[in-house]
Design a binder for this molecule. Structure first.
Ligand code: ZN
Ligand code: ZN
Length: 240
């Protein structure tokens, strides 16, 4: 009976691939072709920052990338699901500027795949804050839409209130050094008592240079956070 009912619902409201709109199974996130078009970040990767290693040569478990090995990476642990390329860019832009809810399930589920690699328990999930002016313009903070199901599956609180962000110009055209300078001092702690002693998982849609996570981590650590982790849907991977 239940099966018949779900077949009827499927008939009335057929499920579509959020990217190409082809029909898909009710539980599928994407059609097989679109799933294949994403460049998934698999092992081997840096145990700390999740940066994918080229080829299979350095497949040692627990290996670090040169940046982390030299102690130059400020982040405690970061994972991203897919590489930022022409295909994932379409998804991220549509998620950001037109139809966030169509892509939420795909993006948050993809991000959840990384949670099994978390190095420790998380106390709080925190979407990367957006400046108030931008929230008003867009109507929502897209990171919050991704963070909510992640907080739910980890069974911890989502914190959207302890840090606020100043409005600064868009970082789109800046190089990594300019990004780091532009983001410096942008986050402010409103409720340090919520942060002290906590392990915090930051959530964002894209990681570009890591400057935003780095700055947020600096502010959270100064406010007494125990550890700061990060998870994003996609990530810019540069060939070094
Ligand atoms: Zn598709
Ligand atoms: Zn690394």
């Amino acid at each position: 009976m239940k099966k018949l009912f779900s077949a009827f619902i499927n008939f009335l409201f057929p499920h579509c691939c959020p990217v190409c709109k082809n029909p898909i199974e009710r539980d599928a996130l994407l059609c097989a072709q679109c799933l294949d078009s994403l460049t998934w970040i698999n092992d081997p990767k840096c145990v700390k920052c999740g940066y994918p290693f080229p080829g299979e040569a350095s497949a040692e478990t627990g290996a670090m990338c040169p940046v982390c090995a030299a102690g130059l990476n400020e982040l405690d642990w970061v994972r991203s699901s897919v590489e930022y390329d022409e295909f994932s860019k379409q998804i991220v832009l549509a998620f950001k500027y037109s139809d966030a809810f169509r892509y939420t399930r795909l993006m948050s589920r993809a991000m959840m795949l990384n949670l099994a690699e978390l190095p420790g328990n998380v106390d709080l999930v925190m979407p990367v804050p957006l400046a108030y002016k931008r929230i008003v313009k867009r109507g929502y903070n897209q990171a919050t839409i991704l963070a909510a199901p992640i907080a739910k599956i980890l069974n911890v609180k989502m914190d959207i209130d302890s840090i606020w962000r100043e409005h600064r110009k868009d970082m789109g055209h800046l190089n990594p050094r300019q990004r780091a300078e532009n983001i410096r001092g942008v986050f402010h702690v409103k409720h340090p008592q919520n942060i002290r002693g906590k392990t915090i998982l930051l959530v964002d849609d894209v990681m570009t240079s890591g400057a935003t996570f780095g700055e947020l981590r600096r502010v959270l650590k100064r406010a007494g956070a125990k550890a700061v982790y990060g998870v994003t849907f996609c990530r810019v991977v540069r060939t070094v």
